[in-house]
Design a protein. Sequence first.
Length: 482
Amino acid sequence: MRILYVTSEAFPLIKTGGLADVSGSLPAALRHLGEDVRILIPGYPQVLANLRDPQPLVELKWLPAVGNVHLIRGEMPDTGVPVIAIDHRELYDRGGNPYSDALGQEWSDNALRFGILSRIAAILSAQASPLVDWIPDIVHFNDWQGGLTAAYMRYSGAPHAKSVLGIHNLAFQGNFPPEWVEKLGLPRQAFAPEGFEFYGHLSFLKAGIYYADAITTVSPTYAREIQTAEYGFGLQGLLAHRARDLHGILNGIDTQEWNPAQDPHLPQNYDRKSLDKKAGVKQLLQQRLTLHENADAPLLGVVSRLTHQKGLDLLLHVAPALLEQGCQLALLGSGDPALEQGFMLLAQQHPQQVSVSVGYNENLSHHIMAGADMFVMPSRFEPCGLNQMYGLRYGTPPIVRRTGGLADSVTDTNEFTLRHKTATGFVFDLATPEDLLATLRRALTSFGDKEQWKTIQLNGMKTDLDWNRSAQAYLEIYRSLV
């Protein structure tokens, strides 16, 4: 099958979040299974700089509002997956990240920047595609940034391909003022509830949900959750209407990138057979972060955006009680200024027990994942989540809330799961400080039982987290459409 994978970011070309990890790994896994996959991505400076063997491909002329656009072909630097980059300096040659400037302000023309991404995806999927020797069977477009793809395909004649929308986080919808309908060359009659209108705005994501032939999201539980008022962000009715076409597939992880046996970011490598070496990684992490060197002190790790969604205000609330019990905390992340300041104050008050690193550091994120005893992820909602899977892989049992992909990937520790050797972490139900603290205390009790703790670690490290399982599920959906 020929598959055009449309995304606004892909690791290692460029990354701001989990979409990049999926966009780097899933096409590679599909290619490994023998499918003919190409990634379509905006040509940000980082993309053009990191692309392997870039060559001119084709020029597209007379696109609305932007004129002519050049397409560059190349390859992913690590996997060799073919890439088509959209080279238009006025749209994409900017500082900051793909969506906002260096101060965090979203680009005022994001509707145009990602509308063009969708428009080009539709052009390449048509029977009259300029890529005459490669017309896709499937166009898999992701999140709101690619959301107009299926609408353009619907209204541009008879497309050759079938369309699949991948929803990674329903909270981000790409809603813009109605004047963008005309600017983007979309039909005015489709600006309606039975189309891409959403409370008076043009909604990129609603367009994708309404027009796509199939819809996927990144875990089975999240696929059910987004059909409810609590998690649907106003789109739950439409998603429930399309329930037969909605599929939840749990993400995998890059098991080469995240492998404690060969991770170059770690000061010492280990695997299931040498799990005792993890203690040395912890000791070096304590040294690095100037925490008190104590092998018996439970070290809690956090690598996260500091936002309401991630539930880290709950952790901040219960942290004093945990520190009284002798716990340590290593946090890496940034986001809400109030949360940043709250954790930094905690570190100032408890310098040998709490380390807070504001920002992002790839090396430190790996070291925390390996050196911590347990990984805390108390999200209010989490479409899939990857960090809890990294925790499983690294023998760092996750403490998570029962939502989305967290519910699908972590098995709570209790008498039954211990007996059947399926316990991999600790799960709580209510997004309250009390429920989080109770669950952390359960984890601390297990941590005190070294034999039980090692069993939980090994159960997690044996979990199948490879992308091949997920890629096979996506292939079944693609085949059902074509």
